[in-house]
Design a protein around this ligand. Structure first.
Ligand code: GLC
Length: 648
């Protein structure tokens, strides 16, 4: 609909930024005109009653125009290439790895020397954990940012990052970084000015003169780090006020009900986009809107902000996909892909944290029924969006799926979660896992789980006991977990170190800046003499690396594994086995994962219930052909093994 005032504003910005001639300008202009009504209405939904709304809206349009002008020709070209491909990020040819640059190889510039390592493994997307300036002792692994535009000197410089990005791009590799949207460090310039009493910057945060409003907020707000940072507000002696700090005391929540904050953060997002970022991980989006009397999580306005950001990114840097790091209940997560008019127009990616946790559930119990009970929710993900699938990441494992899913599998939810926590902290009979409980809430006894993939799978214990059989079992557990993650649909994201089986690192306990946070046990410091053992056949490192490599390479070959909402779960003929079908046109891949330490028998009938019964199958994992048997005959799967059966 034509809106005279809106279009006058756009025209003014185009003239101001001299957006008039180039082809790229015309594309930008078309995108801006197309999205402007949505941008305006989302902005109004948030701010129409704010006294500075009109001024800030002008600021937003200017921010888009300025960002477009700064985008390099190379990035415009890449945008166009991605647009030609369509939904480029659904591809089965992308595999990612998350890593801390310092722990992995020292600094950003040394990363260029490691590109061959990624290539060898098959990884072509790197998620570089937070790189921007963050106070050394109070950084939450970089998630407390004191300067959004300056790389922390520990890692290098912005130029180093630009160089690596260019090298990666030349090798067809993708770059992912974080925008820490919900909060800043208490050392950020805005926080420092707020401490000094500057009203403008106090309004960038949630600041209160006394405890009355914080106390009311607290009644409904849960705690994220109940052990390390209880409560959601911190007293700031410099200005005598209370500030909202949902995460750590040194992470101040930004106040997005102030449109100036939104425009500032949009500017940062587009600054990152212009560094050549392909996927932007929006940290903790569930928390970005606060409302007294609510949990201050997953609120409708948080979605309005995400939608608004998505429409803006589409205008100024259309090649950058957005990943919403919402680690929330299965029902809530779908909303991050957009609802009603915004279906598939909010976040392009979300983490499949439910599936990740359910795989750990199945591995502990040897039973896939809870996993299956959750799938009807996960299958609601709209076409055109995708998951980040993962087995481990830098954070803890939360058992956040619903009680009814556990009940449907005939378990008692409380007992079941207690068992899982005991199992992974190594306290259950028969458990070989060596993890630890994270963020135990003294009031509710809720807890999450820390530990590396290898340690949670029993490798650490097996090595301590020099038990060869247990080492083999642990490696099989690692691989079956990764295999399920790789084929369930979405972009698989490895966590650095897991490709060679790093076990827990307890050195964090000697560092006061880390010892309060046991997530550091699973954030290893890479020892390249260990990683180089991938060259020696038979080492643990080589066995895990080459299996991971093989999984990636199989995945890249099979187009039906691209995430076209093409996943169908098979009837569970055996509760120990997760079985699903990936299908694209005539191509079909039947995937089976045995989560139990016993041989599993799957009735061939399971493969005959979805479309034409297959006759001949090729197992890409074992490189073996199968003739499909009669009903009541069985496909046999070894303990903790799996089959990737293509119908041929
Ligand atoms: C995200 C990060 C986590 C961090 C938190 C606060 O959940 O993944 O590591 O502690 O946000 O920024």
């Amino acid at each position: 609909m034509y809106d005279y005032i809106l279009h006058q504003q756009i025209k003014a910005a185009l003239i101001k930024f001299k957006i008039e001639k180039e082809e790229d300008d015309l594309s930008f202009y078309s995108r801006l005109i197309a999205n402007a009504p949505a941008i305006k209405s989302l902005f109004d939904e948030l701010y129409q009653h704010h006294p500075k709304a009109a001024e800030q809206f002008n600021g937003l349009i200017d921010t888009l125009s300025a960002a477009h002008k700064k985008r390099t020709a190379a990035l415009h070209k890449k945008d166009a290439a991605k647009a030609d491909k369509g939904l480029w990020f659904l591809s089965n040819e992308i595999t990612g790895m998350s890593l801390y640059v310092d722990n992995f190889c020292g600094d950003i510039s040394s990363l260029s020397g490691k590109l061959d390592y990624f290539k060898k493994l098959g990884v072509n997307l790197l998620h570089l954990m937070p790189l921007f300036e963050s106070p050394a002792g109070e950084s939450d692994g970089g998630y407390a940012v004191s300067n959004f535009r300056k790389i922390d000197s520990r890692f290098g410089t912005l130029d180093d990052l630009k160089k690596v990005q260019q090298m990666m791009s030349a090798e067809d590799m993708y770059l992912m970084i974080d925008i820490v949207l919900n909060h800043t460090s208490h050392q950020h310039e805005w926080a420092l000015k707020a401490k000094q009493g500057e009203k403008k910057y106090q309004d960038y945060f949630y600041m209160f003169d006394d405890r009355s409003i914080p106390d009311t907020f607290e009644q409904a707000m849960p705690e994220v780090f109940p052990e390390a940072a209880p409560g959601n507000f911190t007293f700031i002696p410099e200005c005598g006020k209370w500030v909202m700090t949902v995460f750590h005391k040194y992470q101040w929540d930004l106040n997005f009900s102030n449109p100036a904050v939104l425009v500032e953060m949009l500017d940062v997002i587009l600054f990152y986009a212009n560094l050549g970022v392909d996927v932007l991980r929006i940290d903790a989006p569930a928390f970005i809107w606060k409302q007294i009397g609510t949990t201050c999580q997953n609120l409708p306005r948080a979605h309005t902000i995400l939608r608004l950001l998505k429409q803006c990114v589409q205008v100024a840097s259309p090649g950058m996909a957005l990943l919403g790091e919402a680690i929330v209940a299965p029902k809530e997560i779908m909303n991050y892909f957009g609802t009603s008019n915004y279906i598939a127009k909010e976040c392009d990616f979300a983490y499949n944290a439910t599936q990740m946790a359910l795989q750990w559930d199945s591995l502990a119990t040897g039973d896939t029924r809870v996993m299956l009970a959750a799938q009807h929710e996960l299958l609601k993900k709209p076409y055109g969006t995708s998951w980040i699938t993962y087995t481990r990441c830098h954070d803890d494992i939360g058992l956040g799926y619903d009680d009814y899913m556990i009940q449907q599998a005939s378990f008692d939810p409380y007992q079941h979660r207690e068992y899982l926590k005991d199992f992974y902290s190594g306290n259950a009979v028969g458990s070989t896992a060596m993890g630890a409980l994270f963020a135990v809430n003294p009031k509710t006894q809720d807890a999450r789980i820390s530990g590396t993939l290898a340690s949670l799978c029993g490798l650490e214990k097996a090595i301590i006991n020099s038990n060869e059989a247990e080492i083999n079992t642990a490696i099989n557990r690692i691989i079956v977990m990764q295999a399920c993650t790789f084929f369930i649909g979405g972009l698989p994201m490895l966590f650095y170190g897991d490709e060679v089986g790093y076990t827990n690192d307890y050195s964090y306990l000697n560092n006061v800046a880390k010892s309060y946070d046991n997530r550091w046990m699973h954030r290893p410091i890479i020892d390249w003499t260990k990683n180089n053992k991938i060259e020696t056949v038979g080492t643990i490192e080589q066995r895990i690396f080459s299996a991971t490599q093989q999984l990636i390479s199989i995945r890249k070959k099979l187009h039906m594994v691209a995430d076209y909402s093409n996943l169908t779960w098979l009837s569970p003929y055996n509760i120990h086995v997760a079985g699903f079908l990936r299908q694209f046109d005539e191509q079909r891949l039947f995937c089976f994962f045995n989560f139990k330490n016993e041989v599993a028998y799957v009735d061939w009938q399971a493969l005959k219930e979805k479309g034409n019964p297959p006759v001949l199958l090729f197992d890409h994992w074992h490189q073996k052909k199968y003739q499909v048997g009669r009903d009541k005959e069985y496909l046999i799967i070894e303990p903790y093994s799996f089959c990737l059966l293509e119908s041929v």
